[in-house]
Design a protein around this ligand. Structure first.
Ligand SMILES: Cc1cc2nc3c(=O)[nH]c(=O)nc-3n(C[C@H](O)[C@H](O)[C@H](O)COP(=O)(O)OP(=O)(O)OC[C@H]3O[C@@H](n4cnc5c(N)ncnc54)[C@H](O)[C@@H]3O)c2cc1C
Length: 386
């Protein structure tokens, strides 16, 4: 059965990248169909987590600082428009650094150059301001006071709701891998058997991209298992909630966390890439090894929470490219098929910038930034963007 009228664009995947892409395609006047196999920001999707950090610091990778700076007002603008300002939590983001860390010095230089507001804090200032956190003697900090946390799952659902109000059609459909065509793809087939035609197809399928394009991306997008813990705070104790406690990152330890937002507990996650993960079937129960590591870290960094219970957990996956740069490119054989993904553990915040960039390229053309191209994606992992 044919679904009838062709669209200017079909976007496959209603995670943060696909939903913002649909939004901006529509803003540019396109007729858009947005599809997702499991629903917008579902529990298997990388965008389906409770919360995601939005920060401006990116070491020397100015391109991502610029994208974050562009994205934050767009997120806030949408939340204001739909009357949901709480979907951005302005917790501030604290980088906990050690002496001599080049990444931190590069971050400082980039923030200064681009005029991002920040405070540089000595270890004495850190200890005074955040007595609930343990800082080693050679620590110092960079606080981004205007950055914070996006309430991820609900934020994406708001993007999709608003996009549908603006005229994007949304359907729950699992799309089969497209038939290998040379030149122009005219239609895709859904698991239901429906054939869906469009002028352009955007595959924003996160960790599923290697399953849909196994020959092309099977070795170029590496989904890794990531485990997240929420620790219960002591009763009547506000030291771990905003504004007393910021969101924080500690590059050296590869851990990051968030304060007790909406009373879910103190969030802690290990940023190191976990084992290879299948987004359809991987277990969403945390492993004893990751739990032990998180507990040990909490005891060290937040001594008051040494015996805090775990009150919630999440298991998700990063969709890593070889170095952490995003993937935005045309399919090499099908000129109207776009590959959009590779968020690599840091993509969420950039949803609006990604959507704007992709919609512009799909409808109006223009060169692709080499860092986003398929040609720069290697088959061995060497993480360079954090
Ligand atoms: C634990 C964790 C913590 C993170 N922390 C941060 C952070 O603090 N800040 C930050 O900026 N980023 C963070 N990220 C990264 C960020 O969440 C991801 O990069 C981003 O959500 C990727 O979005 P996406 O739209 O590409 O993929 P997804 O959200 O996975 O969306 C892809 C969608 O495609 C659909 N789909 C797949 N195949 C098909 C098909 N055949 N047919 C139809 N639909 C299909 C899926 O159902 C899914 O909904 C984190 C990620 C994880 C896992």
């Amino acid at each position: 059965m044919s679904a009838g009228r062709a669209h200017d664009a079909i976007v496959i995947g209603a995670g943060v990248f696909g939903s913002w892409t649909a939004h901006f395609l529509r803003k540019l006047g396109a007729s858009v169909l947005l599809l997702d196999a499991y629903g917008p920001a579902n529990s298997r999707a990388s965008s389906g987590g409770e919360s995601r950090i939005i920060r401006m610091g990116y070491g020397a990778d100015e391109i991502y600082t610029r994208w974050s700076m562009n994205a934050l007002p767009k997120w806030k603008g949408l939340f204001a428009q739909v009357g949901r300002p709480e979907l951005f939590q302005p917790t501030g983001v604290l980088w906990i650094e050690h002496e001599g860390q080049q990444y931190a010095l590069d971050t400082l230089a980039t923030l200064r150059r681009l005029g991002v507001r920040f405070e540089k804090l000595s270890v004495a200032q850190l200890r005074k301001r955040y007595p609930q956190i343990h800082f080693e003697d050679d620590c110092w900090g960079i606080l981004e006071p205007e950055s914070g946390v996006l309430m991820a799952r609900r934020a994406v659902q708001v993007v999709v709701d608003q996009a549908t109000k603006d005229g994007v059609a949304y359907r729950c459909e699992a799309v089969r891998p497209p038939a290998e065509t040379h030149g122009h793809l005219s239609e895709i087939v859904a698991a239901s058997g429906d054939k869906l035609s469009a002028a352009n197809f955007v595959f924003a399928c996160g960790a599923w991209l290697p399953k849909i394009f196994p020959d092309l991306l099977g070795k170029r997008v590496f989904p890794s298992r990531q485990e997240v813990f929420f620790f219960g705070v002591p009763p009547g104790d506000c030291r771990f909630a905003p504004p007393a406690m910021p969101t924080w990152l500690k590059v050296k330890d590869e851990f990051y966390g968030m304060p007790d937002i909406e009373n879910r507990g103190l969030k802690i996650a290990h940023d190191r890439h976990g084992a290879a993960a299948d987004p359809d079937t991987q277990s969403r129960a945390v492993s004893p090894e990751a739990l032990a590591l998180a507990k040990e870290y909490v005891a060290r960094r937040f001594p008051v929470l040494r015996d805090a219970p775990v009150v919630e957990t999440r298991v998700c996956q990063y969709e890593n490219t070889s170095n952490g740069d995003f993937l935005i490119d045309r399919h090499p054989q099908m000129e109207n098929v776009w590959l959009v993904g590779g968020g690599s553990g840091h993509g969420f915040k950039h949803g609006p910038s990604m959507g704007e960039y992709v919609a512009e390229r799909v409808l109006r053309g223009g060169a692709i930034e080499p860092r986003f191209s398929l040609a720069t994606k290697q088959v061995a992992q060497r993480r360079a963007v954090f």
